[in-house]
Write a protein that binds this ligand. Sequence first.
Ligand code: BV8
Ligand code: ZN
Length: 266
Amino acid sequence: MSVPDEKGLYFSIYSFLSHFLEKAKKLKIVAFCGAGISAPSGVPTFRGRPDSLWARYRPEDLANINALLSKPDLVWSWYKWRLELIFEKHPNSAHYILSDLEREKILIGIITQNVDPYHEWAGNRTVIHLHGSIVQARCLECESLVHWKEPPKEIPPRCFNCGGLLRPNVVFFGEMLPPRALEEANFLLQEANLMLVIGTSGVVYPAAGYVPAFRKLSSQNRIMEFNLESTPLTPTCDLSVLGDVSKTLPIFKQALDGVLSDKNPN
Ligand code: BV8
Ligand code: ZN
């Protein structure tokens, strides 16, 4: 179901949340995020939109270990371009809403597919990066870790310790997701009763599997999707909120504040 205008959006979210909170004794939100939450910041997404990252390249051409080993300059110039964008731009209102919700102890954590640090820069502390972090790199020879404070100057960047080739500290296609991140994400799924699925096309696995997994955990769990368009995950969600997430997430927060204050007038 989608609601076009802001006022209609407010009331559809208000009634959804009010109904949900009739039954739910607690409100524990987990956010599941994709590249769409950083799009309003000016960081292109991977698929779909004409300015998307993949529009210029195909995933199998760049985000995989064989490409890095055979074409280190090409792969690192792509990562350097992305790092320049990430350091130049900044978190947007959608990131800050999630940081407010964590501070109000309503959001218990974020499971993100994103490799940018915008959730942390917006103030969130429980952020699980399923696909690693683009602002870190590690040496293929000695495993030394580098934290970029700015994009690397030399391409491909070399290890300060042994001169070995560095790789971005991200999960390439064909690689396993970090077991620790999988565990932490599962813990959040157990604790939460409302999931916000924000700005993801739901095509990359196993990450996208967290949404149906949350559904299966309990019949009381509810899922809201925030996206510009419907996705393969939409049928698994209870409410699909269509629109730019930097506009729709603030409306969500207003509606939630409205429901909570109507329930606890003091
Ligand atoms: C694995 C880090 C096995 C790197 C990423 C063939 C060979 C090998 C594997 C596979 C294969 N075929 C399929 C697979 C599985 C593969 C996969 O799922 N492929 C897909 C493409 C079909 N998965 C893997 O390879 C995974 N590993 O399977 O390993 C294994 C198992 C055991 C032991 C050994 C091995 C690893 C996947 C991780 C890949 N790494 N990123 C980097 O970033 O450079 S994935 C990459 O896609 C990013 O992390 C990104 O976040 C993620 C998902 O994309 P989205 O976030 O959803 O972004 P997208 O652009 O797609 O969508 C944006 C959405 O936002 C859109 O819906 C849009 O409408 C919306 N939007 C845009 N603007 C806004 C908005 N919404 C609201 N407001 C807006 N303003
Ligand atoms: Zn090294």
